[in-house]
Design a protein around this ligand. Structure first.
Ligand code: UT7
Length: 325
């Protein structure tokens, strides 16, 4: 019996690049600090009129084409984003309209940087249960719309982009297992404080810059390594595999030092950790999505090999999926 797997993949990165030397002109920072502390050299910036749905629609079209399907064949769209076009309607509905997926049900999820991994798990359930045949999952972010360009602690880290995947019954690239977790007590470590029902927008919230992303980077860093390793190990065990059975780990791209620490703790060589943070920075839900697409396009995964997608982020949330290519 065929199980839920990857039918098609696509991504979209806005063409405009913001380099570390560009940032040197905006805040008190240096290419040397950003490179050594984060591994980021440049990130993509979507233009003013572009929203998360525009990036997501481009990635979706590419994924549907790659799957050999038409937009009408998609029966569910799930978008993971923390930068929706607006509070509602859901960005999935806006993407549905843009790409002409008129037969699809739509909803969004909010699991921050773990969002794309979570959508893969949700899609797997719908496909394996037989409720939907072709689920389009999208990780899309215009993080530069919530970045405080006066805060050097955060503005050097983030970028814009989108990745998408069509999940359906498949003989290969099958989702074998998954793990999802959360720790709401760490929610304050990574948030946009205002703009919701707790602190609706007022002149004061704008003046106090509370609509921008806030992060306690040091605290998040410590937790990130531990929970990504834990999530990856749990998903690998659930698949009945061991660490050495995994050919490639595709982790959320938050900081190169986190990625290297994860490799060390997992006990795997660096070559087994996919990295593209140098080019894009942290794109939250889009990071793992784009990394998965690029790993596939660069032929980093051969047929029959096992790959682990693993992420952590605001919430706090964390999760992993194991895919047999
Ligand atoms: O995807 C969501 C999850 N997010 C993450 O995973 C992020 C996790 N955290 C991190 O990646 C790191 O904590 C950061 C990259 C955010 C910061 O790196 P760090 O090594 O933890 O630096 P720090 O915050 O301890 O700051 C060290 C120094 C400070 O100066 P003093 O106090 O030692 O004089 C900062 O003020 O570096 C300074 N600093 C900067 N200097 C130049 C902080 N940001 C900058 C900057 N340029 N952009």
């Amino acid at each position: 019996m065929q199980k839920a797997g990857i039918l098609g993949l696509g991504c979209y990165l806005p063409p405009k690049k913001l380099t570390n030397s560009d940032l040197e002109k905006m805040v008190e920072t240096s290419d040397e600090w950003i490179t050594t502390r984060t591994g980021i050299k440049e990130r993509r910036i979507a233009s003013k009129e572009v929203a998360a749905s525009d990036l997501g629609a481009e990635a979706s079209r590419a994924a549907i084409k790659d799957a050999g399907l038409l937009p009408e064949d998609i029966d569910l769209i799930i978008t993971a984003t923390i930068t929706p076009d607006m509070a509602f309607p859901a960005t999935s509905c806006i993407i549905q309209d843009k790409i002409g997926a008129k037969n699809a049900a739509c909803f969004d999820i909010n699991a921050a940087c773990s969002g794309f991994v979570f959508t893969m798990v949700i899609a797997q359930q719908f496909v394996n249960s037989g409720l939907y045949n072709h689920v389009l999952v999208v990780g899309t972010e215009k993080l530069t719309s919530i970045v405080d360009w006066k805060d050097r602690l955060t503005c050097v880290l983030f970028g814009d982009g989108a990745g998408a995947c069509v999940v359906g019954k498949s003989k290969n690239r099958v989702i074998l297992s998954s793990f999802m977790g959360a720790d709401g007590s760490g929610g304050h470590l990574l948030s946009v404080p205002a703009g919701g029902s707790r602190l609706p927008a007022t002149e004061d919230t704008v003046k106090d810059r509370l609509h921008f992303l806030k992060m306690e980077g040091n605290e998040v860093f410590k937790i990130a390594v531990r929970i990504m390793v834990d999530a990856a190990n749990k998903a690998i065990k659930k698949a009945g595999l061991g660490r050495d059975d995994i050919s490639l780990f595709i982790p959320h791209q938050a900081n190169i030092r986190i990625l290297l620490a994860v490799a060390k703790r997992l006990g795997v060589p660096q070559e087994k950790i996919f990295m593209n943070i140098e080019k894009y920075g942290n794109m939250s839900a889009a990071s793992t999505a784009v990394a998965l697409v690029e790993a596939s396009q660069e032929n980093r995964i051969k047929k029959g090999e096992h790959v682990v997608l693993v992420a952590f982020g605001g919430g706090l949330t964390y999760g992993a999926v194991v895919v047999k290519w």
